[in-house]
Design a protein around this ligand. Structure first.
Ligand SMILES: *Cc1c(COP(=O)(O)O)cnc(C)c1O
Length: 348
C-alpha cells in the first residue's frame, strides 16, 4: 500500500490546527492562553485534544499501542474521517458489500464519493470475485462489517485475507459487535497488515452509546493522518472522564456479554417454534435477523404491543426480515408472548 498515493493531496499538505495546549507543553500554573472562563468548575477547561490518558488505557485493554488508536465521536466520526482523508470527492470510489450497516453509504454520499455495492452471497458471506471485479484504480476503501449488521454473522477469514492480500487501498473491518462473538477478531493482524483498519465502539457491549466513543485501529501512519484532520476536541471532558470510570470496572460488561449469549440461544429456540418464522440467521452479535412470512404485518402487530424492532425488509437479501435486539430476559419473554399472540391471530 502506497500511503502517500492513497491520501488526498489537500490532507497531505494540510497544516493542522494548533490548539493552545499544543503550543505550550511545559508546566504552568496560570493558563491565559485559550480564552477559557478562569473560574474553576467541572468543565471550564478545554478537554485534552489528544485524549492521552484515555487512549493509553483503551490501548492497554485492547493489546495495541496508543499510536495505533484514534478515538472518534462515535464510530460514525471515524467512518467520516476515513472518507475525508483518503477519497477525493467526484473522483475516487469505495466498495461497500451489501446488505450492511447504512452509515458507510450515507457518509460516502455526504462526501460525494462514488459507492460500489457488490452483493454478499445468500449466507451473507463475501463474494470475493464480485468484489475484485468492482475494484479499479480509483478504489480507495473497502468497508466490511464483521459480525455484519443486519445479518449477525462473522465474515469468513479466508475471504478477508484474500482481499487484504490483493487490494492496495485500506480494508476497513467494522467490529462493533466483536465483543459478542465467539472469535477474537482482527486486532492481532494489525501489525502484519498495513492496509488493515479496524473500527470498534463503546456503544454496544460496553453500554456507552450515549457517550459517543468510537475506536479506530490502524498502522501508525494511517492514525497520524486521521488525527491531523479530526476536530481537535472531538471527545468532550465528560465522556473522557466517565469512560475512565467504566473501564476500571469490566465486570458489568462481562456479565452482559454472557447474558446476551444465553438469551440469544433461548430466543433462537423460542422463535424457531413459531410457524410464521421461516428462518433465523445464525448470530454472533446482540441481535437476531429473522425471516417471517409477512414482516410488515408482524412489525405492526408488535408496535400495537408497544414493542419496536427494526424492519429490514427493504435491504437486498433481507426480504421479510426483522432485526430483533436481544433485550433483558423480561423484554425477551414479552416479545415472544406477543409473537405467540400474533401467531394465533393469523390462524383462520
Ligand atoms: C451500532 C454500530 C456502530 C456504532 O456506531 P457508534 O457511532 O460508535 O455508536 C458501528 N458500526 C456498526 C455496524 C453498528 O451496528
Amino acid at each position: 500500500m502506497n500511503l502517500k498515493k492513497l491520501t488526498r493531496k489537500n490532507v497531505r499538505e494540510l497544516k493542522p490546527y494548533q490548539t493552545a495546549r499544543d503550543e505550550f507543553k511545559g508546566l504552568a500554573t496560570i493558563f491565559l492562553d485559550a480564552n477559557e472562563n478562569p473560574f474553576p468548575s467541572a468543565f471550564n477547561r478545554y478537554p485534552d485534544p489528544h485524549q492521552s490518558t484515555l487512549k493509553k488505557e483503551i490501548a492497554a485493554i485492547k493489546g495495541v499501542a496508543s499510536k495505533q488508536l484514534i478515538l472518534g465521536n462515535g464510530s460514525d466520526e471515524i467512518i467520516d474521517l476515513l472518507l475525508r482523508a483518503f477519497c477525493d470527492p467526484g473522483v475516487d470510489n469505495v466498495i461497500i458489500p451489501q446488505p450492511t450497516y447504512g452509515m458507510y453509504s450515507v457518509s460516502a454520499q455526504i462526501n460525494n464519493i462514488e459507492i460500489r455495492q457488490p452483493l454478499l452471497n445468500n449466507n451473507f458471506q463475501l463474494n470475493t470475485e464480485s468484489i475484485f471485479e468492482s475494484i479499479d484504480s480509483k478504489t480507495k476503501l473497502i468497508f466490511l462489517c464483521s459480525p455484519n449488521n443486519p445479518s449477525g454473522n462473522l465474515l469468513e477469514r479466508e475471504a478477508i485475507e484474500s482481499i487484504l492480500e490483493r487490494f492496495e487501498g485500506l480494508v476497513i473491518i467494522d467490529e462493533a459487535y466483536i465483543d459478542f462473538s465467539s472469535e477474537p477478531g482482527w486486532l492481532n493482524a494489525l501489525t502484519i497488515r498495513p492496509n488493515l483498519f479496524i473500527i470498534q465502539t463503546l456503544s454496544k457491549a460496553w453500554g456507552l452509546a450515549g457517550l459517543r466513543i468510537g475506536l479506530g485501529f490502524g498502522g501508525e501512519e494511517v492514525i497520524q493522518i486521521l488525527s491531523r484532520i479530526k476536530p481537535p476536541y472531538n471527545i468532550n471532558s465528560a465522556s473522557q472522564k466517565e469512560v475512565m470510570n467504566i473501564l476500571d470496572n469490566p465486570n458489568a460488561r462481562e456479565k452482559y456479554i454472557e447474558l446476551n449469549r444465553v438469551e440469544r440461544a433461548k430466543m433462537e429456540s423460542r422463535l424457531a417454534s413459531l410457524p410464521f418464522v421461516k428462518r433465523i440467521f445464525p448470530s454472533e452479535a446482540n441481535f437476531l435477523l429473522i425471516k417471517v412470512d409477512n414482516a410488515m404485518e408482524c412489525y405492526r402487530h408488535l408496535i400495537e404491543d408497544k414493542i419496536v424492532v427494526r424492519d429490514r425488509s427493504t435491504l437486498p437479501l433481507c426480504e421479510n426480515c426483522l432485526r430483533v435486539t436481544i433485550g433483558t430476559p423480561e423484554e425477551n419473554s414479552k416479545i415472544i408472548e406477543s409473537l405467540l399472540k400474533f401467531n394465533t391471530k393469523k390462524l383462520p
